[in-house]
Design a binder for this molecule. Structure first.
Ligand SMILES: [Fe+2]
Length: 327
């Protein structure tokens, strides 16, 4: 298979210059890892321009069936690895290979709301690979949301708020427990999150990153980021809503009742709740629910698209693995 075989799938979003996501199907001619690697390398410019335009590409029917083959497949794109260990992600995950780990260990009835991976930290990956090792019996889709379209719409409806997001940026406050809590979507301990052994090292690391912090009586650590962007200009007349507002407002403990406990504008001012509600409402309009099939691989541009995880049910173990890259 020399050329790229795009197909249409139900509910793809029409984005004017592109469809979201792009879907590429193996016509059966790529049967080995080596053939896949060669095909990816020879088609890389086209795949990359498609990714920039659309925001996500789903690869279906390729010979990827394990953490190891997924590692090889994602590695063929040639992007530097963004390791979970070095990241400040607050999700609890398990590493399979150096590059590959579980997407999120949160229980199946917990929804992971839309977010840009690690946008609430000063260092975030630019590309995400997802691999469906085993799809859930029911549910468990990965919602993907076009962040540029969401922000364009938001800016039309609440121009002053959109201007404030651009101008002021955001600050996030998170609480990291003393020990890993796998029952929470964001239960990673401060030792693991910051890759440190003790409180002195934790404080040093936070100071280096420009955070402020406070130790709580139960041994957990509350930390506030330096000012981070709420919107990023992609340089092609697109601005993306690169932040964690939706996930925080919808999913972080206590945030819906009191948003300023977790997020404020960069100058410390409260973000109007109507603005958060509008962002959530608009996100539904620009979201495609990726219905996983075993062996699917999705490549997501972390700037162009947000992602999440729908709840799922059934006996079958849903296993979606992730590899992150930064380029
Ligand atoms: Fe994520």
């Amino acid at each position: 298979m020399q050329t790229i075989n795009y197909v249409k799938v139900p509910h793809q979003l029409d984005c004017g210059d592109s469809v979201f996501p792009s879907v590429v199907v193996n016509d059966g001619s790529l049967t080995t890892q080596q053939e896949c690697a060669d095909w990816i390398k020879s088609n890389l410019p086209e795949l990359e321009s498609k990714l920039r335009e659309s925001g996500a590409i789903l690869f279906r029917g390729f010979p990827v069936d394990s953490a190891e083959t997924f590692d090889e497949f994602s590695h063929s794109f040639g992007y530097p690895n963004f390791t979970y260990k070095e990241s400040l992600s607050n999700a609890v995950r398990i590493n399979y290979t150096e590059r590959v780990f579980t997407a999120n260990e949160a229980p199946k009835d917990v929804e992971i709301f839309l977010h840009h991976e690690m946008a609430q930290t000063p260092i975030s990956p630019s590309k995400l690979f997802f691999f469906c090792k085993s799809a859930a019996e029911k549910g468990g889709e990965t919602p993907l949301c076009r962040s540029d379209m969401l922000f364009e719409d938001l800016a039309k409806q609440m121009p002053d708020l959109a201007a404030d997001f651009v101008k002021k940026g955001l600050k996030y406050t998170t609480q990291m427990p003393a020990e890993d809590d796998p029952n929470s979507g964001q239960g990673r301990s401060w030792k693991s999150t910051l890759s440190v052994q003790n409180d002195t090292q934790a404080e040093q690391k936070l100071a280096e990153l420009g955070y402020s912090w406070e130790w709580l009586a139960d041994g957990s650590l509350r930390a506030t980021t330096p000012i981070l962007p709420a919107v990023i200009d992609m340089g092609n007349n697109k601005q993306v809503f690169y932040n964690q507002l939706i996930a925080a407002f919808m999913g972080w403990k206590g945030v819906r009742e009191n948003p300023s406990s977790a997020i404020t504008f960069g100058d410390g001012a409260d973000i109007p709740v109507e603005g958060l509600q509008l962002a959530v409402k608009l996100s539904e309009k620009y979201t495609f629910d990726l219905p996983w099939q075993d062996g699917d691989v999705a490549l997501v541009d972390n700037y162009m698209a947000m992602h999440g995880r729908r709840p799922f049910s059934g006996e079958r173990k849903r296993q979606v693995l992730v590899a992150l890259a930064i380029d």
